[in-house]
Design a protein around this ligand. Structure first.
Ligand SMILES: [Zn+2]
Length: 135
């Protein structure tokens, strides 16, 4: 399904056409540029264990995607790709780290994209993290 949207400002779009049910765009889209359109959440718990979701600009076959998190290459079992959504679990904050750094690269292409999400103290973040407070 696709429809025409106009961009109002960063992160806000307004639909200006009726939705069209077709896979025309996927069939004709051959560009292999990788871009992160969006990442969720925008803050992470220092204790890790949260799912990070990254909206890719286009769907990419999982086995062509190389994802590094804090410098470590994730293996194919460590992340999921559902059409244009890349997801994986956030790592525990290690000493001296202030953020999670995600780098993604598509096989046989030049360049890579990096995104960082800041760590917050367990007692100081707004999104629920699912870690039971043992204090
Ligand atoms: Zn937490």
């Amino acid at each position: 399904m696709f429809a025409i949207y106009i961009k109002l400002r960063i992160g806000q779009f307004k639909r200006v056409s009726l939705p069209t049910y077709s896979d025309l765009i996927e069939e004709t889209h051959t560009s292999q540029s990788l871009g992160f359109d969006n990442i969720f959440p925008n803050e992470l718990c220092e204790r890790g264990g949260q799912m990070i979701f990254i909206k890719l600009r286009e769907s990419i076959e999982k086995n062509k995607l190389y994802v590094h998190c804090n410098g470590k290459l994730l293996n194919q079992n460590d992340f999921q790709v559902d059409k244009t959504i890349l997801s994986f679990e956030s790592p525990v904050c290690t000493q001296n780290r202030k953020d999670v750094e995600v780098t993604a690269h598509i096989e046989k292409t030049l360049g890579y994209t990096t995104y960082t999400v800041p760590y917050h103290l367990h007692g100081d973040h707004s999104e629920p993290c699912g870690v039971i407070n043992e204090d």
